[in-house]
Every structure is written in C-alpha cells, then in structure tokens.
Design a protein around this ligand. Sequence first.
Ligand SMILES: Cc1cc2nc3c(=O)[nH]c(=O)nc-3n(C[C@H](O)[C@H](O)[C@H](O)COP(=O)(O)OP(=O)(O)OC[C@H]3O[C@@H](n4cnc5c(N)ncnc54)[C@H](O)[C@@H]3O)c2cc1C
Length: 418
Amino acid sequence: MLDRPIAKPQLDTWSPTLLDPPPSDIQSGLRDALHKFAAEVVRPTGRALDRMTPEEVIAPGSPFYAMHEQYRAFGISQAAMAELPPQEAALLQSMAYEELGWGDAGLAISIGVNGMPASVARVIGAPEFAERFPETKFGCWSITEPDHGSDMLDSTRQAFALDGQYGGPSCVARRSGDDIVLSGQKSAWVSNGVIAEQAVLFCAYDDGKAGFRGCVLYVPLDAKGVSRGKPLDKLGQRALPQGEMFFDNVKLPKDCLAADPDEYHDALYATLCLANSGMGSCFVGVARAAFEHALEYAHERKQGGVPIIQHQNVRARLFGMYRKVEAARALARRVAIHNATAPVPALQGAIASKITGTQTAFEVASEAVQIFGGAGVSREYPIEKLLRDARASMIEDGCNELLAIKGGSQLVRHERMN
Ligand SMILES: Cc1cc2nc3c(=O)[nH]c(=O)nc-3n(C[C@H](O)[C@H](O)[C@H](O)COP(=O)(O)OP(=O)(O)OC[C@H]3O[C@@H](n4cnc5c(N)ncnc54)[C@H](O)[C@@H]3O)c2cc1C
C-alpha cells in the first residue's frame, strides 16, 4: 500500500513551466511581469510593425520606440543582473529572452542588441565600457561586412575551406597618432544598425602585420564621418530595423579600443558564446508561441463534427511540437547557466543552444502552419509570421551550418591527431 494517494495526472493543461522545478519568487515575478508585457505590448507591436515598410518602422512616432520606452521602464538592467549570483542571473536572463521571443522575435532581438555593447564589455573583460556604453541607449553589435558574413564569425578558421583565403576587409581600423581611424562599411544585416546610438564593432585592424588581424572598438555613432544606409526590407523579423553603416575616416580616441589583435580571437569566442546562447532562449519563445497557437486552434476548429484535436494524427503532431519545445528550453537554460558559471564558457554548448532553438522554432512553426490548414498561410492568422521570423533565425548570428562546423571543431582533441 502507498502511504499517500496517487496524484491525479493533469494532462489536460499545459503551462510553460509544466516541466520546470517550482520557480522562486523572483523567477515567477519576473517571468509573469514579462509575459504580461509580451502579451499586451510586444506581440501587438510586433504584429503592427510587421505590416509596415522598413521606413515606417523607424519613423518618429512609430510604436517601435514606445515599446522600447516601456521595456526600459521595467528596469531589467544587466547591472541589476550582475548583482545576483551568476546562476540565478543566467536563468532569469534565459526566461526573459524566452518571454520576449514569445511576444515578437524581431523586437526581442532589438532589445537584446541594445544590451550588446555593455554585455560584450563584461564578457571580454573590459567592464569599463559597460559604464561608458550603457544599454539605456540604442545599441548594436556590428560585425558582418558586405564581403564577409560567415567568415567574420570564424576568425580561427575552423570552418574555412582548405584553400580558402580571407581576402580584403570591408572595414578597417588603424592607429594614427593618439587616434584610431575607422574606414569602410558594415553590412545591411546589423540589427538596430540604422537607429543605434552606439556600436560594439568587430573589424580588421591594420597594424602592418600580415594576415587578418582583428580588433573590437566601441563607437559612438554620432561621431563625424558615420552614416547609415536605408533600412532593409526583409522576409521575417520585420520589427527589427537593420541596415548598412558607413565609416568615412572616423576618428576615435585610442581608448575606444577594447580588444587588440592579440585579444581578438578570445573576444570573438566570448561574444559568440553570449550571442548564441541568447538566441537559443529567444527562439524557444518563438517555438512555444507557435505551439500554443496550434494547441488552441486544434481545440477550436471542427472538422467532421469534432474539434481537430480529436483526430489522432493532430494529437501526435502536437505532441512532437511539445516535445521539441521542452527539449530546446531545457538545453537553452542548461547552457545559459553553465556558460555563466564555468571558468570558460563552452562555445559548443552555445552553438548547440542556438541551432536547437532556431531549428525548433522553424520546425514547430511549420507544423503549426499544417495544423491551421489553409488558415496557416493566411496573414489573418499569426502563424505565417512566426514561420518567417523563425526562418531568418537560422541565418542570424551565424548560419546554422557554419556554426555546426565550428561546434564540431570544438570537440576535436588535437593531442590525439598525431
Ligand atoms: C535577422 C538577422 C539578424 C542579424 N543581426 C546581425 C547583427 O546584429 N550584427 C551583425 O553584424 N550581423 C547580423 N546578421 C548577419 C548574420 O550574422 C550573417 O547573415 C551570417 O553570419 C551569414 O552571413 P552572410 O549572410 O553573408 O552569408 P554567407 O556567409 O555569404 O553564407 C552564404 C551560405 O554559404 C554558407 N557558408 C559560408 N561559409 C561557409 C563555411 N565556411 N562552411 C560551410 N558553409 C558556409 C552559409 O552557411 C550559407 O548557407 C544578422 C542576420 C540576420 C538574418
């Protein structure tokens, strides 16, 4: 005989925390507040911006700015997170990205990249830049160039073709007396690029030595010689403004240099760990949104006289989606906590989180389209947008196939290669 009653299984309700351990007060407080904000502000704003032209998205008076103002009023700052134990801060950050991604992927990324100058400063061991370039301003991470997409994320050449050459950079910094002079351009893909007030910028450094030499610079974007291109028109994440940045002999004081060529590989490693891990959590939110919509619709839509969830194939499809969302979240949180607490973050873990989160978002959104049937491809319903948003994520922050090669390269034990 059992000395306690057998608990009645609750299989008819689903909540985002069903498989999580009970949250602490601070965790449930942050998650519930952000969920409300995501439902009431982020999601409707993202849907409205998705229908606008890129120019309208960034025009004065656009709801894009009102959303950011409301988010700032929450006071969820990295400085506040830094006061918490790293494990708790990482879990909260992961929960926050998931809720924001659940609301709208493009706006979640826009909020995330505002914090990139400060968060990169912390992970590359240059915290003074976090004070000088705070997340309260519009920020960006500027690395991709017209001639260098994937290869900018692969400074250690783990994924280069055997006969591959880097070629010439599109954007170069060089020392001139007490200044650093920046010339060239960054590609149209820089998130927040057209509205950012400050950039953490990764580019080539010309110190007269052979081969690619990189550096990390902090650039106030009101500096003389900085200009921007047109905002980019694109398939998904349309609420996220992106566009080219041009640098015409921009003079910066030498104390804008945060990592020199000798520190560049480590700085890029730490930044990719940070960015890919954030992407993993954010796109779990997109996957969850698609799953929830599909679950709801499957109870509403009747075919053959029954709600379609009565059809066994629909149930099996929904279960596959549920399983993927839970697995992706478990990985995203595990990686976030590991990388915040380990002496050296695991790039292979961050890449696994990014690929799993974005691939899951795409697959679950695609399954959701199928459950919605014809309504799934109609712009009247939210599903087609989720599919478009998720599709872009498999390229964003590194194409998944390039990242997989880098992740695999992390697993090689070089001492066994002789
Ligand atoms: C929504 C979105 C947001 C973004 N945000 C930012 C941002 O904030 N800041 C920023 O700087 N950039 C940003 N990017 C740019 C993004 O990081 C690049 O698009 C990405 O690194 C790929 O570069 P690319 O587009 O030039 O593609 P390419 O590098 O030209 O790749 C084209 C194809 O070739 C494949 N390929 C290339 N090299 C290899 C290789 N070595 N091995 C195997 N396959 C390879 C790729 O996998 C891909 O399929 C963003 C992109 C998107 C879509």
